[in-house]
Design a protein around this ligand. Structure first.
Ligand SMILES: Nc1ncnc2c1ncn2[C@@H]1O[C@H](COP(=O)(O)OP(=O)(O)OP(=O)(O)O)[C@@H](O)[C@H]1O
Ligand SMILES: [Mg+2]
Length: 228
């Protein structure tokens, strides 16, 4: 029986990959068969003629996944823009059935699969004759969300909007993870409380700057994953 969860953020560059790396590391270092999958990645670096998906490399390195980064994603684009635009410019459209098939492959391979999205929750993957939003993929795969948020000024608005938008589509948010959290900062402490009060969704972990582990009980973390 395999379980999976989808990691989104309140915006791009918010720390989804950093947190995913710590999360998968936590599971694997507890002896669990945990993997990582990123459906599409734009902004890949070209090294010696190969496009390297940086997010996959980061997570594989930190969590000790013995696979090449290219194997952890379905679509790699060089242009550092939204996947719908990168895929259009690079003539490689995203197909939902390819993502579904790769997700199925990984979920058979791993007991706990962490899926990292692109950007924030609202992210177009394809906008030609076919319209494919990231939220369509989340629903297709039947996944719940963990939302990575910043901890400082502006976080309440971004976190609450993300939770409400997910709810409007019938997507469940299991928890928030506050990144770059300073537990001595009155604003961060208040933001944590406000986000929980306003969304009724728990903050399941707070990640300080340069953290090397995720401060959450492993069995509590496992319970957030949903059977797929
Ligand atoms: N807690 C942290 N401590 C130190 N550096 C961090 C932390 N969180 C994120 N970073 C750094 O901030 C940058 C952005 O983080 P990250 O790549 O995880 O964001 P992302 O949401 O995955 O971005 P993208 O939308 O491109 O996938 C990276 O250089 C990452 O190493
Ligand atoms: Mg990332």
């Amino acid at each position: 029986m395999s379980k999976a969860i989808f990691i989104t953020g309140t915006g791009t560059d918010i720390g989804k990959t950093y947190v995913s790396g710590l999360l998968v590391k936590k599971l694997r270092s507890s002896g669990l068969n945990a993997g990582y999958y990123k459906p599409a990645l734009s902004g890949a670096e070209e090294i010696a003629g190969n496009l390297i998906p940086g997010d996959c490399k980061f997570v594989a390195d930190i969590a000790g996944i013995p696979l090449a980064p290219q194997e952890l994603t379905s679509y790699i684009y060089k242009t550092a823009v939204s996947p719908h635009l990168a895929s259009q410019l690079e003539h490689q459209p995203i197909e939902a059935r390819v993502i579904q098939a790769d997700f199925n492959k990984f979920s058979h391979q791993y007991d706990f699969l962490t899926v990292e999205g692109c950007g924030g929750l609202v992210c177009p993957l394809r906008m030609d004759d076919t319209i494919l939003m990231q939220t369509d993929i989340i629903k297709l795969l039947g996944l719940d969300l963990l939302v990575v948020s910043s901890a400082g000024l502006g976080s309440i608005n971004n976190a609450v909007l993300t939770a409400h938008y997910a709810a409007s589509l019938g997507i469940t948010v299991k928890g928030f993870i506050l990144n770059n959290y300073d537990n001595t900062h009155f604003l961060h402490i208040d933001n944590r409380n406000m986000i929980e009060r306003l969304t009724k969704v728990p903050v399941i972990a707070c990640v300080p700057e340069h953290a090397s582990c995720l401060d959450i009980d492993t069995s509590a973390l496992c319970q957030l994953f949903k059977e797929v």
